[in-house]
Design a protein around this ligand. Structure first.
Ligand code: BGC
Length: 737
């Protein structure tokens, strides 16, 4: 399959560069992407245009329930999530779309044997609070895509974590619009630096997997603009993604992929978005409403209940229910994104793709959050002799999340996959699938990484299925490390935030047997910790990816200072979360009212005066920091400065977080600075507030309004740990959306 796809691509490139003819005018790189799109579009007839607005699944699906792509394309499909034919006559390459939330995705049946770097999960990326790290992830993913011949990444997951039980919490960037927007924007920029389009998703308010194609989210426009949409807005400004993926759900009773308010008014008009909107797989429900509502490309049309953008769109154009100018606009947006990202100038041609375990490790080293440390155990002394590792398949690798983002990681074979019942997805065409039935463990294993870093130690492993045997092993060891996991997958929410199975009992049993018990959490998001008081140390590694085990080993032994901070609140119980309506049944739409409005995550905890288990922004270090000389200024915007000193005896990084409390509102993160300091070193940081976080959106007048007045400004170590605070006067005013 692969060789004919490569031959097909080579032919398209050869045709595009055909013989000694002068390069067509649209290949002039000095022209703008818009001008180049206009020039090539002038050569296209309506059938050419229609070709670019309808996609297919990127693999031959004759063996599955998905309608297979037409025969003429089957040899061109490398085995990805999506394919849109090109126009060789004009040198327009086909689009090869791959998922890439945590690396180049590959459900093993799509491209057998094609392994790639598994990067830490999206939430891990956010936990670094380091945009440079997110950018580096993007560069790694972009390179690995380009060298496979893939030119569109379905990566840029940013739905806010309103509901931590959402099965895709691991793919996203946490609960705060500023943190998520900056981190995801940086990753998108990294991907697109490699001449690959990136796709921010899922627009919008796609915050749970249960009934994801049926749920209608009810939220007022202002609250949406101040929360979930703000995350998209910031990421789009910073990352300039070529594509936006509209989501499965409905918003205010209207499917997101035909939602005029979301697509035409907010995204394209207010934010001036010039790229194209592609649909999630199976998220289109109409031709005329979708085309006029702002959808530019029907993805993998075989997933939809019926075809919408092929012949039916042609009929709608003939009938005048969709204007030719709308089709022209759809195609212009697609071509513009292709030119802007260099798809024609630097075509993606399959070659040996590199891997980036070192980049993945660097991310994991900054993503791991030290949640508890009584100072008696961590960092481990290099002389530790007997170390017992328990549970979590720590002999295989680091657990990863399931679903379309699943990577076949470097070193993968069937021994690294464990069968597991995943979620059932009911597709718009009525088919039910359970494609995520395997837990995949990214090698190398923690057992091998810890044995490698501590050659003097005897490292033993017990799988933890027998808590008594595990406790006995722990009792004979100097140190016990329990690996506790929560597997999450697209297609199913987790039923609660408890560690699955009997892991809580296992931890309690091991902790009772050995006071030097460390818990390593490998979770998609927050979990409950009934044993917290009984253990001296807890680390959250999220889904660590190909570099996760080495990063963990280095942090355990103090070669790296933990510098991750929580991008999401860890509640004490599910009762602290905003209560959701029960999920709907198998048929028909159901409504979920977002009663918390824009007060997502820590803002909800603040308004309800709830004390979380661990607050947003929290994370410990092996060193200590002093923060002095805090001053803040007001006027048109708020800015702050402070001097941070590493007062400990080892190097480390502090994340200085700036929060503002607008009058009558909960505090909001408005900026931060992560700085690395040698022992004794001091540095002054300056942080300017993101002005939209001082504002409220007024839907009646369609403006952001910053009320005049005194604002409390505080430097914090987390959402609840205030280091210093003051008041400043803000002039106030309005801003256009
Ligand atoms: C997911 C998208 C993904 C697409 C293609 C859908 O089920 O929601 O995130 O990009 O499949 O694999």
């Amino acid at each position: 399959m692969k060789s004919s796809w490569v031959a097909g691509l080579a032919m398209a490139i050869a045709v595009s560069g055909a013989a000694a003819q002068p390069a067509p005018a649209w290949m002039d790189q000095t022209l703008s992407a818009d001008a180049r799109a206009d020039l090539v579009q002038a050569q296209m007839n309506q059938d050419d245009e229609l070709l670019l607005v309808k996609g297919y699944f990127g693999a031959d699906t004759r063996q599955s329930w998905i309608k297979p792509p037409p025969a003429e394309y089957r040899s061109l499909l490398p085995g990805t999530a999506g394919f849109v034919p090109g126009i060789p006559r004009l040198g327009i390459p086909a689009l090869h779309e791959s998922d890439a939330g945590v690396g180049i995705a590959n459900s093993p049946w799509l491209r057998p044997g094609d392994t790639a770097t598994a990067y830490p999960s999206g939430i891990a990326n956010a936990a670094t609070w380091n945009p440079q790290i997110a950018y580096n992830t993007g560069v790694g993913i972009g390179t690995e895509a380009h060298d496979r011949g893939f030119n569109v990444m379905l990566d840029g997951g940013i739905d806010l974590a309103r509901e931590p039980r959402n099965g895709r919490t691991f793919e996203y960037a946490g609960e705060d619009p500023l943190l998520a927007g900056i981190m995801v924007g940086a990753q998108i920029r990294g991907i697109e630096s490699q001449h690959v389009i990136s796709t921010i998703k899922h627009y919008a308010l796609n915050d749970q997997e249960g009934g994801r194609t049926q749920v209608s989210v009810e939220i007022d426009e202002a609250a949406a603009r101040e929360s979930d949409l703000l995350a998209f807005e910031i990421a789009i400004e910073r990352g300039s993604p070529g594509a936006v993926m509209c989501s499965y759900n409905l918003v205010g009773g209207i499917y997101a992929c035909e939602n005029d308010l979301l697509l035409n008014r907010i995204l394209k008009h207010d934010w001036g978005y010039a790229g194209f909107v592609l649909s999630d797989w199976g998220a289109v429900h109409s031709t005329v409403a979708a085309a006029n509502g702002g959808l530019d490309q029907e993805s993998a049309s075989g997933f939809d209940r019926q075809e919408y953008f092929g012949a039916p769109l042609k009929q709608a154009l003939a009938a005048g229910t969709v204007a030719p100018a709308r089709l022209h606009d759809m195609v212009h947006r697609i071509l513009r994104a292709m030119f802007a990202n260099g798809l024609m100038d630097f075509p993606a041609v399959p070659q040996t793709a590199p891997t980036h375990a070192d980049v993945a490790q660097a991310i994991a080293e900054e993503a791991i959050v030290l949640l508890k440390n009584d100072g008696q155990v961590l960092p481990l002394a290099s002389g530790a002799r007997k170390i017992a590792l328990i549970g979590g398949h720590a002999n295989l690798g680091m657990i990863s999340g399931g679903g379309s983002s699943q990577v076949s990681p470097i070193g993968f074979d069937d021994d690294h996959a464990i069968l597991r019942g995943g979620g059932v997805i009911v597709l718009p065409n009525g088919a039910k699938i359970m494609p995520m039935g395997r837990e995949i463990f990214d090698p190398p294993s923690p057992v091998s990484a810890i044995a490698a870093i501590a050659p003097q130690a005897r490292v033993t492993y017990a799988d933890g299925t027998d808590p008594v045997a595990a406790a006995a092993l722990a009792a004979q060891s100097d140190i016990a490390i329990v690996f506790a996991q929560q597997w999450m997958t697209e297609g199913a929410d987790v039923p609660n935030l408890k560690l699955p199975g009997r892991q809580d009992d296992l931890i309690a049993a091991v902790a009772a047997a050995n006071p030097h018990t460390i818990v390593v959490l490998e979770t998609g998001g927050p979990v409950l910790m009934p044993w917290l008081d009984k253990v001296p140390a807890v680390l959250e590694t999220w889904y660590g990816g190909s570099g996760g085990a080495a990063a963990l080993a280095r942090i355990l032994f103090g070669q790296v200072d933990p510098s991750g901070r929580l991008p999401i609140t860890f509640p004490q119980s599910e009762a602290q979360l905003p209560q959701r309506n029960p999920m709907g049944g198998p048929a028909g739409t159901f409504r979920i009212a977002y009663s918390e409005g824009s007060d997502v995550g820590y803002r909800w905890f603040d308004t309800r005066k709830l004390t979380p288990l661990f607050p947003f922004g929290f994370g410990l270090s092996y060193t200590s920091f002093g923060i002095a000389g805090f001053t803040a200024t007001g006027g048109d915007n708020i800015a702050a400065t402070a001097t941070v000193t590493n007062t400990g005896d080892r190097a480390g990084s502090e994340v200085v977080q700036l929060y503002v409390t607008p009058p009558g509102e909960p505090a909001r993160l408005v900026g931060w600075s992560k700085i690395e300091l040698a022992p004794g070193e001091s540095r002054t940081v300056q942080i300017a507030a993101e002005p939209r976080l001082l504002a409220r959106f007024e839907a009646q007048v369609q403006l952001w309004r910053v009320p005049r007045g005194p604002y409390a400004v505080s430097l914090r170590r987390s959402a609840t740990d205030v280091i210093a605070s003051t008041f400043v006067d803000v002039t106030g005013g309005t801003m256009k959306p």
